[in-house]
Design a protein around this ligand. Structure first.
Ligand SMILES: Cc1cc2nc3c(=O)[nH]c(=O)nc-3n(C[C@H](O)[C@H](O)[C@H](O)COP(=O)(O)OP(=O)(O)OC[C@H]3O[C@@H](n4cnc5c(N)ncnc54)[C@H](O)[C@@H]3O)c2cc1C
Length: 377
């Protein structure tokens, strides 16, 4: 008699949850993803897909789709806010692709999410399922949802983001760390810029604030901007909260002409309080593990939060390969042991907001290959 496939429940259909579902399906695991939202919304944001994440996405069969939909920048340029002087130009394009083994792409967040969703059959995703309870029964793990439904699985992966319910259930509720800073962000048609030209991808470094501007479409038809500046009183942390574009322009008055032109053309913005957490002492308990922002949320300053969740997916799938229900707890231990140091280092580096500000050795981030790095014993 052949053993039945391992049944894994993933909580959260964000970047990490969908990547993990796709990676586990590749090795024959029976996956169901439970997502609280009733539908997938296209959030107006850009996302940088590092070469390290692209190596994972390639094996998930998404490289061609993402190349066709995303912008391929020559570099991530770092410039002084006022003089425009180049502080460090991190070259991507073909030379980095050859060096790191995959392209560096700038995408619309909605396109990346849709690509990930296309790698997971719709029947494996249960929308409108907000997890509210989790306990171990003789039959495995039992999940309880706000809509009254229940489910059982051999293992549970909490990919439910920075406000993870799975983490709260395992380790108790703890507050996020508000950094005292906010981000304005938006995408808009590049046609609104008229004749004005912008760089492929530029981070403009000010004294206590910065703004990052890049294209998110291969034909340069859509622009994205995201900022960071102090505003300690603002504590709304939501993808849908609106900001005031006049306030945004005021906050970046005096920045280089290119920034002023991008902000002058900007029709509308969202506003977001930037949060992170300290590294968690533990990510797992028995047959339950956390992954992505649920266990290592970070400030967005390295553009690596989703990349870490996507790397997690690949490493976790390797740890679970060939494992039965009795081996799950050990596989989760290996997963945490393999990933902890790297994600902590990225969390800490992100928090300091120094990434690529000056000449930086970026190899340790982009050369990482989640499919081949040695797994912890
Ligand atoms: C302004 C900004 C810019 C960023 N830019 C980049 C970038 O350029 N590159 C990059 O790599 N990263 C970037 N990041 C980070 C990135 O967005 C996150 O790290 C990434 O989304 C984490 O993925 P995740 O799957 O862990 O969590 P999420 O993507 O947040 O997904 C969590 C999912 O779980 C669901 N959920 C939550 N609770 C429950 C529940 N109880 N039951 C069921 N479902 C639940 C949520 O609805 C959501 O769908 C940025 C972040 C911000 C804020």
């Amino acid at each position: 008699m052949t053993a039945r496939p391992l049944r894994v429940a993933i909580v959260g259909a964000g970047m990490g949850g969908l990547s993990t579902a796709a990676a586990l399906r590749l090795i024959g695991i029976d996956v169901t993803v439970y997502e609280q939202a009733s539908q997938f919304a296209r959030i107006g944001a850009g996302i940088q897909i590092g070469c390290n994440a692209m190596k994972v996405l390639r094996r998930l069969g998404l490289e061609q789709m993402l190349r066709a939909q995303s912008f391929y920048p020559r570099s991530w340029n770092n410039r002084d806010w006022r003089t425009g002087d180049i502080k460090f130009d991190m070259i991507f394009g073909e030379s980095a692709e050859a060096k790191f083994g995959a392209p560096y792409l700038l995408a619309h967040r909605g396109d990346l999410h849709a690509a990930l969703a296309s790698a997971v059959p719709a029947e494996c995703v249960r929308l409108n399922h907000k997890l509210v309870g989790l306990d171990e029964t003789g039959d495995g793990m039992r999940l309880v949802f706000a809509n009254g439904a229940t489910a059982t699985a051999d293992a549970v992966i909490g990919a439910d983001g920075v406000h993870s319910t799975v983490r709260d259930i395992l380790f108790g509720t703890s507050a996020v760390n508000f950094t005292g800073r906010i981000a304005y962000r938006t995408t808009y048609p590049a046609a609104l810029l008229g004749e004005h030209k912008i760089g492929d991808c530029t981070k403009w470094w000010g004294e206590d604030r910065h703004i990052v501007i890049y294209y998110v479409k291969p034909d340069r038809s859509e622009v994205y901007l995201v900022t960071s500046q102090p505003e300690p009183e603002f504590r709304i942390e939501s993808w849908s909260a609106k900001g005031d574009v006049t306030e945004l322009r005021k906050a970046f008055a005096g920045f280089d002409r290119e920034v002023e032109q991008v902000l002058a053309a900007c029709p509308d913005v969202h506003k977001w309080a930037i949060v992170d957490r300290d590294a968690l002492p533990r990510w797992r308990e028995g047959k339950v593990t956390l992954l992505g922002d649920a266990c290592h949320p970070m400030t967005p300053y390295m553009a690596q939060g989703a990349a870490m969740a996507i790397e997690d997916a690949a490493v976790l799938s390797r740890c679970l390969d060939g494992v039965g229900p009795d081996g799950v707890a050990d596989a989760f231990r290996r997963f945490e042991a393999t990933r902890r140091d790297r994600t902590m280092r990225v969390q800490e580096t992100s928090r300091r907001n120094i990434w690529l500000k000056e000449k930086t050795d970026a190899d340790w981030v982009y050369a990482y290959d989640a499919w081949t790095i040695p797994l912890a014993a």
